[in-house]
Design a protein around this ligand. Structure first.
Ligand code: GLN
Ligand code: ZN
Length: 764
């Protein structure tokens, strides 16, 4: 019989219960016992959902109050002393590492948090010391949660992060020189102890995640798998299923012989179905293969026919007893349940499947391959019908959009002239001083703005009243920018709820949910819009506000758009057409917007692409180049329709461009603003080395903190930047948008910023 399995379930609960409980606890409004009880209630509810769906292999230890990697840091006592020395209780110590702790005379910032592979989930980076040691605590979480499920009558398969990934995903603490992978010998006994404990508690099988196998790995990391898994396959230990996801493992196939003594292997066959044969050829003669055929990263209903074919192909070679049907990855990256969506149109609703629905899907596929399709005939028929409806729907197919895409030419991606000629015209046209000052787009999103937007959404105020309110907000930020004497103004984005949703709501091809939240980090959740069909722009999206702002301002007004790649990456994209096609559709819609803005008198237009880097394929090589090529094309197609005299800006929330600088340069943006205040100014060297000709605004202060940078500090920063950039190349701006800040600190910081710019203007 072919068993069904799930690699992990979302933690938040139907109504973001965990977020609410955590935040109430942090605010001192919920007791620790109540928070712990809420965690227990959620775990049980989630196991029950999977059990009721009929899932054979249900995970435990996938729950985390903050982040599962952080749980492992605590589990193995890899806690830097600055957190452990205060004698905090374990839960507060966990939160201190996750989000910092500033209370009762303790003031310690959080550990570093970074993106989990190419997802929008963030994990806390393990941070190791020279002389690091590890120790298993008294009631290890994986064992406690296994017992908790068992007491509720559910025998689970615990999930733990494997030792090689745990080390490789970590780093040496600041000022430390330890190489994480060299800690393996010290770490293994602790894993062994944990696994023995799980076995003693009754866990026959354990899922051990080694997702780093989808990366390009240095030799010493590849070499670590053999000693690690020789050690972890003793007779007193549970059977291990080693899980990989978010990519293929073919480039690391030489690692497989060294883990052939393990019970099995899980691979992601949604992302990389073509790896199946190679992996089957390389696994041990009695190893099982867990086939990830239900997408853990997207919200689409599984195409049963295709999934069954894939699983059957594995069964042909391995036999039914050596194959599992599984989700491609943990379901952490999809929302909890579709049943919460009361407002979705029934046509599109039928195309979706969230975590709870995916739990049912794995069981249907397992049944189909175990007992034959007749055993689930109704389900298969309904599924085929749904696939058919989506493929032929008017919503997914817009012949006009396709027609327009066919007419896209190479020339449409290029500006009329090269940068020097454009710059000459822009200088003439915009009359900007040396070291021009500007901001990145948003100004503080005050409580008042949120209240009015809410009223408007609920129909409590009329569109006209709301418009008036927005105009007043724009008037205010123009007046303030005037007083600050900035050089290029923005309208402040008061009308935007979110930089992606705002555009999605104005484009065809998108739908929106009411409860489809996914965890981004800690208690923070995002609710990405869903791209269901061909995208087009029925009417202009930002012209009204920008034009109003431009007409009321003496200085050049910067139009503000979210770029095609960011719109795509921060949504749930379609899985029925390539992402490059969706990006091009978005680009065409934005191209029209850019041209309309120019026609409305907006001669500086910023197209934000903060998500460009996170879309980078995980491995260097042809796939990455292919992505960069269509991503850059999308940006250029969106921007190139303007006259030479119109200045195109782009913005990125980081400054590590080393890996893909050629793509950043290829964007051909007249001005780039980037994050830089917390990074090493040395990162700017790449602009020198590559003889980057265009203009750059490296952020001169951090916008994530309420702290006001002094004028001197900003001058020092500019001085450093001038070691790498020519004066006429340098713009002066903050790191990013100011929407999360308060007005008082915003004004104070910008006064200092403008003064610093003026100082250099006088000097050069
Ligand atoms: N224009 C956006 C803002 O200022 C940019 C946000 C971002 O880069 N994430 O808020
Ligand atoms: Zn930014």
């Amino acid at each position: 019989m072919v068993q069904s399995s799930i690699l992990g379930f979302p933690r938040m609960g139907v109504l973001r219960d965990l977020k609410k409980a955590n935040e109430a606890y942090w605010a001192g409004k919920l007791s620790r016992d109540d928070l712990l009880a809420e965690g227990k209630r959620l775990r049980l509810a989630h196991w029950q959902i999977q059990k009721n769906a009929g899932v054979d292999i249900i995970p435990s230890n996938d729950f985390a109050f903050y982040d599962h990697v952080l749980d492992h840091i605590q589990l193995f006592n890899a806690i830097p002393e600055r957190y452990s020395k205060h004698g905090l209780n374990p839960l507060d110590e966990l939160f201190a590492m996750g989000r910092g702790h500033q209370k009762d005379g303790i003031d310690v910032p959080s550990l570093e948090m970074v993106k989990w592979f190419d997802s929008n989930y963030h994990y806390v980076k393990p941070t190791f010391q020279d002389g690091q040691s590890f120790k298993l605590g008294s009631n290890p979480k994986p064992i406690a949660e296994f017992n908790e499920a068992k007491a509720a009558g559910i025998v689970t398969r615990p999930v733990i992060l494997g030792p090689v990934s745990f080390l490789h995903l970590g780093k040496a603490d600041r000022d430390q020189s330890v190489k994480p992978i060299e800690l393996l010998e010290k770490l293994l006994p602790v894993y062994e102890e944990l696994l023995a404990g799980l076995k003693a508690a009754g866990a026959e099988t354990v899922q051990i995640d080694e997702p780093i196998l989808v990366y390009d790995l240095p030799a010493e990391v590849k070499g670590a798998f053999k000693p690690a898994y020789e050690r972890l396959s003793g007779a007193n230990l549970p059977k291990l299923v080693l899980a990989t996801y978010f990519g293929d493992i073919v480039h690391n196939i030489e690692v497989l012989p060294s883990i052939q003594n393990l019970h099995g292997l899980h691979i992601d066959l949604v992302r990389n179905p073509e790896q199946l044969d190679t992996v089957i050829g390389a696994i041990g003669s009695s190893q099982i293969l867990s086939c990830g055929v239900v997408d853990g990263r997207n919200i689409w209903k599984t195409n049963f026919k295709r999934a069954i074919e894939t699983v059957e192909a594995a069964i042909q070679k391995l036999g039914k007893d050596r194959v599992l049907v599984a989700t491609s990855s943990s379901l952490l990256h999809v929302p909890h349940t579709l049943t919460s969506e009361k407002k979705l149109d029934s046509e599109v609703r039928d195309w979706f499947s969230f975590a709870s629905e995916k739990a049912v899907e794995v069981t249907i596929i397992a049944k189909a391959v175990t007992d034959g399709p007749a055993a689930v005939r109704d389900e298969l028929e309904a599924n085929a019908k749904s696939m058919q409806s989506r493929a032929s729907s008017k919503r997914t197919n817009d012949p006009k959009v396709k027609e327009r895409q066919e007419k896209v030419t190479k020339e449409m991606h290029e500006r009329a002239s090269q940068f020097p000629e454009r710059y000459a015209q822009q200088r003439e046209h915009l009359k900007l001083p040396l070291f021009p000052t500007t901001t990145i787009g948003s100004f503080p999103q005050t409580k008042e703005i949120r209240i009015q937007r809410n009223k408007f959404t609920k129909g409590e105020i009329t569109p006209a009243e709301y418009e008036k309110f927005i105009e007043k907000e724009i008037d205010d930020v123009i007046r303030i920018q005037d007083e600050l004497d900035l050089d290029v103004f923005v309208h402040g984005e008061p009308e935007r709820n979110d930089m992606v949703q705002y555009f999605g709501e104005r484009l065809t091809g998108y739908v929106f949910t009411t409860h489809a939240w996914v965890q981004s980090y800690g208690s923070r959740c995002v609710r990405p819009p869903i791209i269901v069909g061909d995208i087009s722009r029925p009417a202009s999206m930002t012209v009204k506000e920008s034009k109003y702002a431009a007409q009321n301002s003496k200085k050049p007004m910067k139009g503000m758009l979210t770029g095609p790649i960011t719109d795509l990456r921060w949504s749930f994209p379609r899985d029925d057409v390539h992402q490059s096609v969706q990006a091009q559709q978005l680009a065409l819609a934005l191209r029209d917007e850019v041209i309309d803005l120019e026609a409305a008198g907006i001669y500086v237009i910023q197209v934000d692409e903060p998500a460009l880097r996170e879309g980078l394929p995980l491995r260097a090589g042809p796939e990455r180049e292919k992505y960069l090529s269509w991503a850059v094309d999308a940006f250029k197609l969106a921007c190139a329709g303007v006259k030479d005299s119109t200045q195109i800006h782009s913005h990125f929330c980081y400054s590590e461009f080393q890996d893909f600088f050629h793509a950043i340069a290829a964007l051909d943006a007249d001005v780039l603003s980037i994050e830089n205040s917390k990074s090493d100014a040395k990162l700017l060297k790449v602009f020198v080395d590559e003889a980057y000709p265009r203009h750059i605004g490296p952020g001169v202060y951090d916008i994530h903190s309420p702290r006001i940078p002094s004028e001197q500090e900003i001058k020092d920063r500019i001085e450093e930047m001038l070691q790498y950039l020519r004066p006429e190349q340098l713009w002066i701006n903050p790191d990013c948008g100011l929407k999360t800040r308060q007005w008082t600190e915003t004004k104070a910081a910008l006064v200092n910023m403008v003064n610093a710019a003026k100082f250099y203007r006088a000097k050069y």
